[in-house]
Design a protein around this ligand. Sequence first.
Ligand SMILES: *Cc1c(COP(=O)(O)O)cnc(C)c1O
Length: 400
Amino acid sequence: MMYLTYPELGVENFTGSEYTGLACSSCKSFYSKDSTHTYCQKEGCGKPLFAYYNLPERFDKNIFNSREPNMWRYKEFLPVINSSNIISLGEGFTPVSKLDNLSENLNTDQIFLKDESFNPTGSFKARGLSMAISKAKELGIEECVIPTAGNAGGAMAAYCAKAGIKATVYMPRNTPEVFKQECELYGATLIQVDGNISDCGKLVSQQNNNWFDVSTLKEPFRIEGKKTLGYEIAEQFDWHLPDIILYPTGGGTGLIGIWKAFNEMEEMGWIGSKRPKMVAVQAEGCTPIVDAYKLQKDTAEFYHDAKTIANGLCVPKPFGDTLILNAIKQSNGCAIAVSDNDIIAGVKEIASKEGKLICPEGAACWAALKKLSAQNWISENDKVLILNTGSGYKYLENLV
Ligand SMILES: *Cc1c(COP(=O)(O)O)cnc(C)c1O
């Protein structure tokens, strides 16, 4: 396994990060590289910040062939400036495989799955938290906090453990036990909350504490980690993007990050202007993005009494709602909801036919794909990519 060659990281060709600073995704206010602000401070704005780069016109992407198979292979386009600050457990460059046994009744047999369950802590949250905690270390931060629906808490706890940063995790009490246990094993302080991730977020913001809040998109670097998904998809599909990407959408960092990666790569001339249709998949028990999409709005309403077995999708009011809805619209994509019953059936179907025990969030994409195919939204020969965002093993207590 090449993963074992870490910590060399294959950085011999590293030319330095091209990171230039942060700018507000809405009002464009600029923040310097040393800023520890987590979201826009301009009065009346308060929107997510994006990292910007001095994107080179000429960059030989063949360099990647000689680098380690993890997300740091794209270091030039990531915000960590001094590579000694990188906290890596081997995240990223997860496999893409074709689902040959499952395409029978679908409009296309070009169905691919990118399997993020291979990441440390068993979910793609590792990408975002590896980046956020590396950057926190670079900025001299000593304590981090996160409100989480489950996987982000475990990932933050693991990377903080490796970085020697104090970690506090706010998690809904009704999250499956394994998500809580891993946080404690990684040495984090776990605070259980009667409520959902929004209630956790509210409690975090009410504490008068001098910690770094790495809430989804209220912190600009997790999305830079998730962005590497977009670079990998391009590289793994030989720089020809698929036609459709189905993404299980909670806070939406992955979808927004993939979209940002595509824009950066186009600016560097690595890909053309053609984009995959981006599909935001949600659970019927929590559909803020689907509802806004249907009403053609560019912000989402708070979704009350949210509940689904796919806890990563249980985000009643995504902070990055406008960014998610923009990407769907610009890509001619859509937003679609599936039931928990279909999700559970999907987990079982993929496990028994493809030998992959995927998470409910990933199975939601499979269920959505079947629906979209039945509606003829998917055409013959469309190349479709499903993201399985995590391991099904962490959810077993609710699945069988
Ligand atoms: C967090 C999570 C999601 C949703 O990701 P967002 O970036 O919040 O949209 C999907 N699947 C799993 C397994 C997750 O942990």
